[in-house]
Design a protein around this ligand. Structure first.
Ligand code: FES
Ligand code: FES
Length: 165
């Protein structure tokens, strides 16, 4: 066992764990964050996706001790209970079916939109390609991402009209 420091969703933690423990286990079992899911445990399905250093990463195969940057989980997208536009779009488009993959879908989409706020359909498909959904929600995922991108564009300072008194 060894002590590791981990910052998650704005909160700093010091944990006494085996260094090889996957980040997913620490998030779910030690920190009680149930957003990231255990799907394959092999880095192949995307259900466990979180964001580290701006990138969508698969926390089931990432040793917690190797993480030096802040981790954002699904819970971190809605500080103070205010939904992120992606989460709202997921509701508006009624994306989930069983829901198990949806953490991975939203977190992968979040990392994409942070880097590319106006993705084309082809770019969305390419980015989301490896995040598997056995319920085939892919079309609704794409529609919701485009809806969220529009909302984010509307909220950006550049889109705010100057109000002249
Ligand atoms: S549970 Fe991590 S990629 Fe499948
Ligand atoms: S909604 Fe069921 S696996 Fe994606």
């Amino acid at each position: 066992m060894s002590k590791i420091d981990l910052k998650v969703n704005g909160h700093a933690h010091t944990l006494d764990i085996e260094p090889s423990t996957p980040l997913l286990y620490v998030l779910r079992n030690d920190l009680g964050l149930q957003g990231p899911k255990f799907g394959c445990g092999l880095g192949q399905c995307g259900a466990c996706t979180v964001i580290v250093n701006g990138a969508a990463v698969r926390s089931c195969i990432l040793p917690a001790s190797s993480v030096k940057a802040e981790v954002t989980t699904l819970e971190g997208l809605a500080p103070n209970g205010r939904l992120h536009p992606l989460q709202q779009a997921w509701i508006d488009e009624q994306v989930p079916q069983c829901g198990f993959c949806q953490n991975g879908q939203i977190m992968t989409a979040k990392a994409m939109l942070d880097k590319n706020p106006h993705p084309t359909d082809a770019q969305i498909r390419e980015t989301m390609n490896g995040t598997l959904c056995r319920c085939m929600s892919y079309y609704r995922v794409q529609t919701a991402i485009k809806r969220a991108a529009r909302t984010l564009a509307d909220q950006s300072p550049a889109s705010q009209k100057e109000v002249v008194a």
